[in-house]
Design a protein around this ligand. Sequence first.
Ligand code: HEC
Length: 126
Amino acid sequence: MRGGALALAAALSVGLGAVACSPSGGAPRGPAVATPSSGRLVFLAETCPTCHGHGREGTNTGPALDGLRGHWDEDTLVRFLHNPAAFKLADPRLAALAQRFRSDMPPLFSTDEGRVRALARYLLQE
Ligand code: HEC
């Protein structure tokens, strides 16, 4: 949790430094937070690998997280991460998936919108 936040802060300050030093100024690029690579840091910091594996390959407590683009768009996935139990009730595919595992998918620890978006973008990458 801490490590991830620090790494994100470091990545952000490097990004800001680069903008400040740019002689021409250039177009503002926006914060470097909600990218798939920062999302990977959130994935690790949120203990998702405990159940889904470090490479999202799945474990005996959670399914592999691949091909998610076939099932989710970014906004819906963000909502799922905040409240997986509600989606499990509404979506027969998730209910069937959940039956294969002993523990439920817990809601996300972080409520920081930028972090959650970055995580969703990372998950939607193939
Ligand atoms: C305690 C084990 C556990 C942890 C920790 C966990 N999950 Fe899950 N996850 C599951 C299980 C079990 C399912 C199957 C569906 C269900 O139970 O809701 C699931 C389902 C999912 C799905 C839907 C997969 C699909 O096929 O659509 C996503 C996406 C997901 N998890 C992401 C995450 C992320 C991101 C984290 C970290 C924030 C995380 N999970 C943490 C157990 C876990």
